[in-house]
Design a protein around this ligand. Sequence first.
Ligand code: NAD
Length: 355
Amino acid sequence: MRDFVFNGLPSRVVFGAGSLSCLERELDALRIGRALVLSTAQQEKLAHRIADSLGERCAGVYPRAVMHVPIETARAAREEASRRNADCIIAAGGGSTIGLGKAIALESGLPLLAIPTTYAGSEMTPIYGITDGGIKRTGKDPKVLPRTVIYDPDLTLDLPLSVSVTSGMNAIAHAAEGLYAQDRNPLMELAAQEGIAAIARAIPELHRAPRDATARADALYGAWLCGMVLGNVGMALHHKLCHTLGGSFDLPHADVHTIVLPHALAFNASAAPEAMSRIARAIHADSAADGLYELAKAHGAPVALKSIGMRHEDLDRAAELAVSSPYWNPRPFGPAQKVEIRELLQRAFDGVRPD
Ligand code: NAD
């Protein structure tokens, strides 16, 4: 047994089909008077459904969340919350909407209640990101950790299949890197392995029947566990590459995670054999990297960066950016490993099997 330090994050989780009906009870528990409800434009119907259920306790709906939390959107939403005397923010949606809620909580100190509808996992972390002048600034602050999270699988029934698969792979990526994190601990390792297994079980079921209630519950359960891992332990090479590709080349978040993960795991395989065998066991495959590549490909997810808008001429710069400020990784990568990282990106660009 390795020595470890574990400092669990304080958030309350309510899980179950139909659990959105517990919202008022949860607001009471937080002693909330009036909440502002956030969503994207695409999910405005859900925001209004929540607003209608709250009646007088709803301070308004702000349906303007977009990807990457532009600072102008965050400021406008914060002003709206203050103008309407909201004493709580409810974020109903994926990582973009929850990200907007976090940006408001960061500046205002208002409590955040999250109702996640994808598998990205932001609701379980104190990590925020705000984009100012084209540059995404990220940080950690306990103020942005949602006080309460309501996971209602019914709200994910209409998540498009393609997004369900890539968002599930995004969740698996958090847990996979958690298994070889420097600050990992036995509880997060259990959560990671169980989270990966739940999502890997759900993806083929969703592919067969996207509205299957059991598969939707499995996927959201897995997302909770994987998000918890992301919130509690450090991430490594895979997340560094995805932050670089998403942040500097404006590629879609979950797609990038799906494509890069098998290649990042192949790079790390020799340095983290125990983590690799736990991942392989969870997905019932012989190899973690190859098994996840197959899981994505067999269920229609993209496997090549070239298919999601990456330009070949940007690969050198991406490698340069990634190695110039590396994260801790079980197999160190820095300027001295630029050639290997460039080769890894080439394989991800071409969409070949991980090596
Ligand atoms: P997203 O929130 O941008 O959602 C993608 C699209 O799907 C949106 O149009 C949304 O309205 C729609 N959608 C969401 N749920 C739906 C549902 N159930 N039915 C139908 N449509 C639905 O995408 P995402 O992948 O959830 O989040 C990505 C963002 O989250 C990125 O900016 C990423 O950096 C951030 N993120 C942050 C953390 C963190 O800890 N801070 C963790 C993971 C992701």
